[in-house]
Design a protein around this ligand. Structure first.
Ligand code: IPE
Ligand code: IPE
Ligand code: MG
Length: 245
């Protein structure tokens, strides 16, 4: 796909999603196709993230969630996990200035406490530095699991009930959502998955109940603005019904 002069149609501009979530998949296959170690795919994937963050910000999309590391991904070989953490740290260090320039705010969801100390420290630093920005909110899902998130929400509600602070009858969808890591963030309108896999892999299970799904065969390290725009065009053509007629 020629990515030099990629344009978004007026129709797609008029019906942009407020929140786009992306399952960035296919790094390992990208590397294997080139006879490279899997981690080379992860290294190249950082550029795709850069491109998408910039494109989303330019369009005025309000929220972009990137699934960078799942709770299940801890089960990968140690060398791969270490490399992923290394590239994550590198990304945060090299991108903070660029994110600042583009008025991006950063929010992190997941079991942050499981991440290496250096990553946690850098995340805190970057989040703080970008906290006054009011452009795109970039949400990084790190050591994230949808089921874990739901269980943690249930646990914190149960604690409040036990402490006598909450009546179980007052638990409704809104209150439940307020106990998720994504509290105060609107649900994704569009969920993109790269590399052709037709599954959600424990991503935002609660939040994607009415998201539009777009799966592209493009492997994440190859994902560029043109592919992002193609997903937005596809989204604009969808007719969302939310269960109504
Ligand atoms: C996505 O690419 C990156 C992470 C899950 C961290 P993969 O590493 O899953 O690549 P494939 O799916 O094996 O090609
Ligand atoms: C989903 O990709 C997790 C991330 C993109 C971070 P995986 O490659 O881990 O998912 P499966 O194993 O194909 O379901
Ligand atoms: Mg994968």
């Amino acid at each position: 796909m020629n990515t030099a002069h990629v344009q978004l149609s007026p129709e797609a501009r008029a019906s942009l999603p407020r929140h786009v979530a992306i399952i960035m998949d296919g790094n390992g296959r990208w590397a294997r196709q080139r006879g490279l170690p899997r981690i080379e795919g992860h290294r190249h994937g950082a550029e795709s993230a850069r491109v998408v963050v910039r494109a989303a910000g330019e369009l005025g999309i309000q929220y972009l969630t990137l699934y960078a590391f799942s709770v299940e991904n801890w089960n990968r070989p140690k060398e791969e996990v270490d490399a992923l953490m290394k590239y994550l740290l590198q990304y945060l260090k090299t991108e903070t200035a660029e994110l600042q320039r583009h008025n991006v705010r950063l929010h992190v969801i997941g079991q942050i406490y499981r991440l290496p100390e250096a990553v946690q420290t850098q995340l805190q630093k970057t989040v703080r530095l970008l906290s006054k920005n009011n452009g795109l909110t970039l949400i990084m899902a790190l050591s994230y699991g949808g089921r874990t998130e739901i269980v943690e929400a249930a646990r914190s509600l149960a604690r409040k009930v036990k402490a006598g602070e909450l009546d179980p009858d007052d638990i409704d969808e809104h209150l439940f959502a307020q106990h998720l890591w994504t509290r105060n963030i609107p649900d994704p309108d569009l969920l993109i998955r790269t590399s052709g896999e037709m599954r959600v892999s424990n991503f935002l299970l609660w939040q994607i109940s009415y998201a539009e799904l777009v799966v592209t065969p493009v492997l994440w390290p190859d994902f560029r603005k043109a592919h992002f725009y193609a997903a937005l065009e596809e989204y604009a053509r969808r007719h969302r019904r939310f269960g109504t007629v």
